[in-house]
Design a protein around this ligand. Structure first.
Ligand code: GLC
Length: 425
């Protein structure tokens, strides 16, 4: 696909991707590489459906929540049907659930999506559906505060790099190096049979991913055991900012429904925002960043997750100014914002997954944050860059920030959705 397509044709192409990846009530991120329902992909995909089929948009989120566990946990993958083309599949996770799921979660964007569905689209006929979804969203957020914030600092502690949605980010290199991989055993990856190895995480990354899965599985996916002794425990700046924003959106929904008890509970979580901001501000990096809670050490990487501070509404005049200066510096080094890793970081690789490439969905979150904070020029820049990347090369998984070359899979659902809901508008 090239820029020769008109805006109307681009919109039609985006809709066709969503329709083509629709498996009936849920959408796969991409038919070959990711043949199941993914948590944050699905929620964001609903924004795309909402532009042409509002009922289908609500259904996407409702289907995801059918896989919620009794304790409120919402899995990162739901295996509605098996597919030999993906590893690690349901038998590796062995969650013992129906439907089978993974045992880790993903960035909690769902409440923010539901608020947008409610606020920006037709409401008649949807109030009952909102009332049914709301307690499920609340239970998931409560689960985060109960199990993933052991120090009560208002952060989200990720128990696996995959939970953060930024799988092989340089942030995880330090914490993951402490994970014992000596008993991982033999396994066969599938991602590298679909995609070029140079765009994917390394073998060592994968050994660590599996060792952590094996720990969770051996615990019977006991969330308390995982909280207390998982081999990887990192306060993720991305998930923390996303949960803060999602709590704000959930609070707005509690008001719509007149649920005063929920309002008080959610407000108590939001009150921790400044504490979380302080904990995640890395003095030596002079930026927001993730932090290993086992060693207490900051991860020392400036990533696209760092720029979600505005989205999380963690405001601090001096730090805001410094983050904008980083944006300015980085924008002078890349053709398109926002690279997943600072190009001045020696680990920057413009084609390797979360170590450089630009992701349309993260740009959407960062751009929304800039807009909320009144930084309209930055919001416009991030949106324009996203539009250019997609219009020039198509609906890919990610893009090289220097050359705009596509990276990862094609016909990607959430990239199509972000086009329809934001970048292409
Ligand atoms: C990769 C991405 C993750 C996404 C998934 C499906 O694992 O890192 O963020 O949810 O693919 O698209």
């Amino acid at each position: 696909m090239t820029s020769t397509l008109s805006p109307a044709q681009m919109g039609e192409a985006a809709r066709q991707i969503l329709i083509g990846n629709d498996r009936g009530g849920y959408t796969v991120p991409n038919g070959r590489v990711y043949p199941f329902q993914w948590n944050w992909d699905s929620a964001l995909v609903a924004l795309g459906f909402a532009t042409f089929d509002l009922d289908r948009a609500w259904r996407e989120v409702e289907t995801l929540f059918k896989a919620q566990w009794p304790d409120g946990f919402l899995p990162h993958i739901v295996f509605w049907q098996d597919d030999a083309g993906y590893f690690p599949g349901p038998s590796v996770w062995a969650s013992g659930r129906t439907p089978p799921t993974s045992g880790i979660t993903q960035p909690p964007v769902a409440a923010s999506v539901v608020r947008r569905l409610w606020d920006e689209h037709e409401q008649a006929g949807y109030r009952e559906r909102l009332a049914v979804l709301f307690p499920k969203l609340l239970a998931w957020h409560r689960w985060f505060h109960q199990y993933r914030d052991p120090q009560k600092k208002g952060v989200v502690v990720a128990m696996h790099p995959w939970e953060t949605g930024r799988d092989n980010s340089a942030e995880w290199d330090g914490p993951a190096s402490a994970v014992d991989v000596s008993r991982v055993g033999e396994y066969q990856r599938r991602d590298t049979s679909h995609l070029d190895q140079s765009m994917r995480p390394t073998k060592l990354d994968y050994d660590r991913y599996l060792a952590i899965v094996q720990f969770g599985r051996a615990s019977g996916w006991n969330h308390q055991t995982i909280t207390d002794s998982n081999p990887f425990r990192v306060a993720d700046v991305g998930m923390t900012m996303i949960l803060l924003r999602a709590n704000r959106d959930l609070l707005a929904l509690a008001k719509v429904l007149g649920d005063a008890a929920a309002e008080r509970e959610i407000q108590s979580w939001l009150d921790l925002g400044p504490v979380a901001g302080d904990y995640l501000w890395d003095e030596s990096l002079q930026a927001y960043g993730s932090r290993d809670i086992i060693t207490g050490k900051p991860c020392g990487a400036l990533t696209s997750g760092s720029f979600l501070n505005f989205y999380g509404d963690v405001r601090h005049a001096e730090r805001d100014r410094i983050m904008l200066a980083h944006a300015e510096r980085i924008s002078g080094k890349v053709g398109h914002m926002v690279p997943s890793l600072d190009p001045d970081d020696p680990r920057f690789e413009p084609m390797r997954y979360w170590r450089g490439p630009v992701w349309a969905v993260v740009n959407f979150l960062i751009g929304s944050g800039f807009a909320m904070a009144g930084h309209d020029d930055w919001a416009a820049r991030v949106r324009r860059d996203t539009r250019e990347l997609i219009a020039t090369t198509g609906f890919h998984e990610a893009y090289n920030p220097l050359t705009a070359a596509p990276s990862g899979g094609d016909d990607f659902s959430w990239t199509a959705a972000i086009w329809l809901a934001w970048a292409g508008r």
